[in-house]
Ligand binder design. Sequence first.
Ligand SMILES: [Zn+2]
Length: 461
Amino acid sequence: MARLTFLGAAKTVTGSQYVVEAGGDRLMVDCGMFQGSKELRLRNWEPPRVEPASLRALVITHTHIDHIGRVPRLVKQGFKAPIYCTPATRELAEVLLLDSARLQEEDAAYFNKKRLTKHDPALPLYQEADVEAALPLFKTLPLNTVQEAGPSFSFRFQDAGHLLGAASVDLTLREGGRETRVFFSGDVGRFDTVLAHNPELAPPADYLVVESTYGNRSHPLVPVSEQLEAVLLRTFARGGVLLIPAFAVGRAQQMLVLMHDLVQRGRVRPFPIHLDSPMAIEATRIYSSHPEGHAPSLSTIGGRDLFIDKWVSVQRTRAESEALNKRKGPAVIISSSGMLSGGRILHHCRQRLPHPENTLLITGYQAEGTLGRRLLDGAHTVRIHKGDVEVRAEVTDLKGLSGHADAREMVHWLSRVAPPPRRVFITHGEELAAMALGALLQKERGFTTHVPGPDEVVELP
Ligand SMILES: [Zn+2]
């Protein structure tokens, strides 16, 4: 009988990885990294539960590291089948996986230097060479095109909104002369959000695997652009600089579009924007070359010519980045990392936080223990690069710019699913969020739902 194993994102939001077995064959959906607590991160090091060489294919929903971060390791462990994803995901994956490898090599080197490890020497999960070895296995597949993967599987991608290239996976299993349809949501984006498409509604299926990141929450009603307008006007009235730590892929591009729109509508006078992150610059180039992948197109702010646009300047080198220290307001600096856990944003913080005219604008979720979280919680002094930095600047955040549909939006996304599936598996959420979404779908739609635990195996009769 066909089976589905939940190897990650089960009662947690990271480590997405599922294996489907049918007709004696195996296919994997997503191969993400576990992130967050040490207990979770240790799971990245566990031996594979399924022999990598036995897989017929790996199907990737999108390029976030919690969905692709373990791909180079899987290849290192013997996987050699095709890795299917959309064309934009392939381009972004190269940028993000190489960055991920570099971060791990740096971390390992740091632990070894500080002798902070019981392992001697500390090793990275994988290296740049492992990413280079994995890239030739990637095969791109446009949305809504059916792909066969051996005698037992076929699948197609469907637009999931969320992020450039992000898709749901509509998988058909063939076994014993009958077909079973299993639909994987991937990460489902918000409706009517900035830059990303609306997610395409889920089709009827025999089984669904549904994400629940915001399964017990609802997004605020004040539009993001109104919040941003108020922050810009306040900061510029003080003659300050607005510092925006942003995730290089997705969030940085959304911020560019939002600010362009405010200037276009005459809500804010034109001001210089500095995009100070090589990875964000590269990701913006990829976004610009895929106008079909988002709405409105980035071409509205210059498209491929974005980098010579008169009001967006880019800082590729460290020297260019440091030259920004002399810049006076009004101006905006967008820099990584999004949670202030490293990168160039740190030297901007050291420079700008002690001055009350400036603003630090947080644009996304800040994990426990990060500098971003401490600043949002109102720290008066923070430690950056071994020095104490006094915080006199305004620190605030934009609410509702999430990449994930909330509970009501998920109910809407599932509105075309009829008759009820045999079972709906709720994954990719903390346990409370997953249980809440499961209960909501039971109550409103009469769906039979189940929240699987880590490594749980279910049969698909
Ligand atoms: Zn995602």
